[in-house]
Design a protein around this ligand. Sequence first.
Ligand code: ADP
Ligand code: MG
Length: 350
Amino acid sequence: MPNADSTKNKTYILAIESSCDDTAAAVLDNDKTLSNVVARQAVHEEYGGVVPELASRAHQQNIVPVVHQALKKAGITKEDLSAVAFTSGPGLMGSLLVGTSFAKSLAMGLDIPLIDVNHMQAHILAHFIDEEGYDKPQFPFLALTISGGHTQVVRVDSYFDMTILGQTLDDAVGEAFDKSAKILGLPYPGGPLIDKYAQSGNPKAFKFTKPKVDGLDFSFSGLKTAILYFYQKEVAADPDFVEKHRDDICASIQYTIINILMDKIKKAVKQTGIRQVAIGGGVSANSGIRKALKDAEAKYGWKTFVPKFEYTTDNAAMIGIVGYLKYKDENLQGSGYIETHAKAQSRLKF
Ligand code: ADP
Ligand code: MG
């Protein structure tokens, strides 16, 4: 059983996230974030994408100082912890292994529960972190998870009852941003730069056709090819084309991507009758999608939920809130979500 400190009525969860190229640790006091530390790995920039082997090695260097800093910022010691939560997937295997082994060892050493968390579920449940000025969605709601690795429309009926209604058949939306940026010669990750330049450009300057995909699924690889052909054709005619029209090109790419996303959300709302829409994942930092959702509130009477900026890209606070919700839910204890020391030991036997 969890050994929550009943005298103070505190549940301190240490959360660890290492699924891709950010080493992150956070401490939550119930559903409030006390600290949320992220060490971004600059090593990948010169390669134009994440190099898995370099990511695992950087996680190994970062994990101890990052956890140490998260505890220090939270003003607690490891002995105060009630449980350790960690990202068990999806993600890069080598990267996940570093966080998993660390979390497992720490929980065993402290003899406290170890809670495994799905990264995509965490992007959605980040909306339940208690933050001033941020409302929490009511069940059921629709979630659009948009990141560097995923694009999903999810129906959320309760914290742990989620159904994927549609997802990308090829590239994720973050990849569409990053690969388009790469074609234009912008550094990795290009998503935030496209967003920045788009703000001073004309979104209707250039037209890119939207893919035709059935149902609530997405496809972004055709858009990437269309942008490549557009680039090759224009640059052949004028080598300075990109420099001259950078803002308009970025605004037009962003406009097309946002339209693709909004078309599918509108369809999902129509199909399910649910008019609450929450977004999560790195691309939810995008100003275009944030504005499109706010406009939809006024236009279609939806209620939309956009996470606080620090909970959009990979972070451990979102892992912590899932950890807390599982820890608190007695029905989930013993159901495989929470591992006790004894259970973890028996697992290590094989
Ligand atoms: P993953 O967990 O799949 O690695 P993240 O949740 O960390 O992905 O999100 C990273 C992705 O978000 C990158 O593709 C990045 O370009 C994209 N991104 C971040 N900020 C923005 C923005 N303002 N506009 C568009 N894309 C963005
Ligand atoms: Mg992510």
